[in-house]
Write a protein that binds this ligand. Sequence first.
Ligand SMILES: NC(=O)c1ccc[n+]([C@@H]2O[C@H](COP(=O)([O-])OP(=O)(O)OC[C@H]3O[C@@H](n4cnc5c(N)ncnc54)[C@H](OP(=O)(O)O)[C@@H]3O)[C@@H](O)[C@H]2O)c1
Length: 270
Amino acid sequence: MSAVPPVPVRSPLTGALSGTTAVLVGGSSGIGLAAAVLLRSVGARVVLVGRDRDRLNAAVSRVRGASAADGHDGAHDPDDAVLYVVGDGGDERVLAEAFDRAGHVDHMFVTAGGLSGAGPLAGLSADGIRSACDSRLQTAFTTARTAASRLPAGGSLTFSSGILVVRPAPGMAAPLSVAGAVETLTRALAVELAPERVRVNTVRYGRIDTPLLRSLPGLDSDEAVAAAGSTTPLGRFGTAEEAAASALFLMANHYMTGQILTVDGGETLA
Ligand SMILES: NC(=O)c1ccc[n+]([C@@H]2O[C@H](COP(=O)([O-])OP(=O)(O)OC[C@H]3O[C@@H](n4cnc5c(N)ncnc54)[C@H](OP(=O)(O)O)[C@@H]3O)[C@@H](O)[C@H]2O)c1
């Protein structure tokens, strides 16, 4: 029996992602959309996955527009540089379609997931708990199974979680326990998939200025976001681009696996 070769050595700089392809599960908004723009700017192909067709179409136009504007090769983008699939990231058929459309995929970044199941413990229904699991953990397992069977050696799977996992707020038991489970799953999968030379990491986010953040009570204007952000150690919330850049780092660096990378402007230290 021949030994499995080690994970391939590549430049760990994100420019080395040129020519690779990434599936972004949750690519139609916020951090996932910012990752798509950054990946195109370094010459990678992207496949955006999201449930809402209109939002996805708008996101595809934005990524193509940004790619053309930064003068990379956007003006002459091949037709398959920005692909998309409408559907739920928890559905294996949706992810299979994303891989089939791309032909070859190197990396997956999962930003799907929100605050399903939020609410005080006393009011939590079985359905609420189930919806928290379905929204994040089911998607994590589905993407993991797809990654395990279809990513090449050196490929990567990156999940998202949040700093409330280590600094909980009341009324968040269901979504936070599920996000914590995704962090544990990250380490378990890193060990399990290492023989395939597939890497698994999570980015744990602080408060990042995205449509999700602005959907929270009291954060629906620039002034409110600036005022709330001014109380953080660095005086503002993170940008979606800053949040997305960490995912590109994890994709590009072939020696990163099993890690929970915190991007929070120092908020967990305060
Ligand atoms: N922003 C923050 O301050 C913050 C802080 C901590 C953690 N996070 C985490 O970081 C991740 C990204 O957050 P964000 O702020 O970028 O959120 P966002 O702006 O709401 O974007 C989420 C994206 O995921 C898609 N999505 C949601 N559920 C999906 C599903 N089941 N299948 C496919 N696509 C799905 C959404 O589109 P559709 O709804 O159309 O499907 C949307 O494109 C989330 O997991 C969030 O919990 C964010």
